[in-house]
Design a protein around this ligand. Structure first.
Ligand SMILES: Cc1ncc(COP(=O)(O)O)c(C=O)c1O
Length: 434
């Protein structure tokens, strides 16, 4: 009999994992056939508190008993409270909030605001960026998903990402000096029809291969945007609320954006997103007719989850925890790298960590097939991790466990990864990393 997964579901990402999950708790998944799997992707990088955190569950239960959904012009207490809490977390003047459901949607709203505010339409983003798969935002999604769907939005431009390990402009080696950024903006000026509205970026590019921009990068971005009257939009879908060891990714350089989007990590597994901007931008856009009514804008149920997430992050010190555990994870992976020629680079910030697999360290040729085989082997041995992809290159593991992951869980993940690499490469365990 045909597998029901293949019979009834549209394969939205090629295929499905060879398992069915029955329960998820903390950093662990339990399958229907009784296997336990360590989840180092935090679901889809959303469950930063781990799966099934009792505080989120309790907040949802309580809200289920009071109010789940309303007409979009009616507000509820969780929505008002979450908007106020978010405004307090962001630096001035970022204190106007719209509560949405997905990261793609939050970014669509950010770009709508930027276009209304500036009266322009061109948007630049980074190669290897990922901002969502709805057509508008996918137009500046340069890591994937452009082919086959017809025209994207006119006025969408790519700037080379600060990918120091394999410099896109063949200039730097290991340390980005921002030449890619200056070159990118020169190209942008030449391509533009004089209608530059916004520049959008992730503080650390996640899906594109855990690319960590060098210090000073966003200060330079800010200058380049200001010189052109462009708004700076930061997409904190994965980086917001502690993952990088700071509450927000932009804190690393202290460069606040004009518009910021948060999504995945805000709901802790429940579909919740927000776009946040200044009163000046909000006022101006509303005067120009800003419209974004959706079925679930300002819904109370996800807002209640968001409040619980913010409480737990503060009470359990998860921002600091992510920094410490991230340092520990990177240290353990550097040990692993010493024993495996195919680990070309280990990089990341906080608990967003990448391992780039290469055929050999001299050529740095991407080891795509090895990545796929090791991912499958890890899953079979009880570790869920994924390879992120940019175009045809798919050779970077992303490790993003829940922020409350323990050192023992990190040790176990590294052990499984080591064993999986050895099994896939046919290497005996002698001289294995600790
Ligand atoms: C940085 C970033 N922005 C936006 C999105 C899109 O979010 P969603 O899938 O919730 O639409 C993602 C999803 O992976 C993301 O990583």
């Amino acid at each position: 009999m045909q597998d029901p997964r293949e019979r009834f579901l549209i394969r939205y990402a090629g295929g499905f994992a060879p398992l069915v999950v029955e329960r998820a708790e903390g950093a662990w998944l339990e399958t229907t056939d009784g296997r336990r799997i360590l989840d180092f992707t935090s679901g889809q990088i959303c469950s930063t508190l781990g799966h099934g955190h009792p505080r989120i569950v309790a907040a949802l239960r309580e809200t289920l008993d009071s109010v789940v959904h309303l007409n979009s012009w009616m507000l509820s207490e969780p929505v008002l409270a979450l908007a106020e809490r978010l405004a307090a977390l962001f630096p001035e003047p970022l204190d106007k909030v719209i509560l949405l459901n997905t990261g793609s949607e939050a970014n669509e709203v950010a770009l709508k605001l930027a276009k209304l505010r500036t009266g322009r339409f061109e948007v630049a983003g980074l190669t290897r960026s990922f901002h969502g798969l709805l057509t508008g935002i996918a137009s500046v999604n340069f890591s994937m998903a452009h082919a086959g769907y017809g025209p994207l939005l006119p006025g969408s431009y790519a700037i080379p990402a600060p990918y120091a390990y394999c410099c896109p402009v063949r200039h730097c080696d290991g340390r980005c000096d921002c030449t890619c950024l200056d070159v990118g903006f020169e190209l942008l000026d030449q391509a533009s029809v004089g209608s530059l509205a916004a520049f959008i970026a992730e503080p650390v590019l996640s899906t594109g291969g855990i690319i960590v921009p060098p210090d000073g990068y966003f200060r330079r971005v800010r200058e380049l945007c200001e010189a052109r009257g462009m708004l700076l939009v930061l997409d904190e879908a994965q980086t917001g609320f502690g993952r990088l060891g700071t509450m927000f990714g932009f804190e690393h350089e202290g460069v606040a954006p004009d518009v910021v989007t948060v999504s995945k990590t805000l709901g802790g597994g429940v579909p919740l997103a927000a776009t946040v901007t200044s009163p000046a931008i909000e006022e101006d856009c509303v005067a120009k007719g800003f419209l974004h009514i959706t079925s679930h804008v300002s819904d109370p149920l996800p807002a209640a989850a968001g409040l619980a997430v913010l409480d737990v992050i503060a009470e359990e010190g998860l921002v600091e925890r992510a920094r410490e555990r991230g340092d520990y994870l990177i240290a353990r992976l550097l040990e692993l790298q010493a024993g495996h020629e195919q680990i070309g680079d280990v990089r990341g910030r906080g608990l967003l960590v990448g391992i780039e697999l290469v055929e050999d360290r001299a050529t740095k040729r991407p080891a795509n097939e090895l990545g796929a085989a090791v991912t499958a082997e890890c899953l079979a041995r009880g570790l869920s991790m994924n390879i992120v992809r940019s175009g045809s290159i798919a050779n970077c593991f992303r490790l993003a466990p829940p922020l409350n992951v323990t050192e023992e869980e990190i040790d176990l993940a590294v052990e499984i990864l080591d064993a999986s690499l050895r099994a896939t490469l046919g290497v005996t365990p002698a001289g294995a990393a600790r």
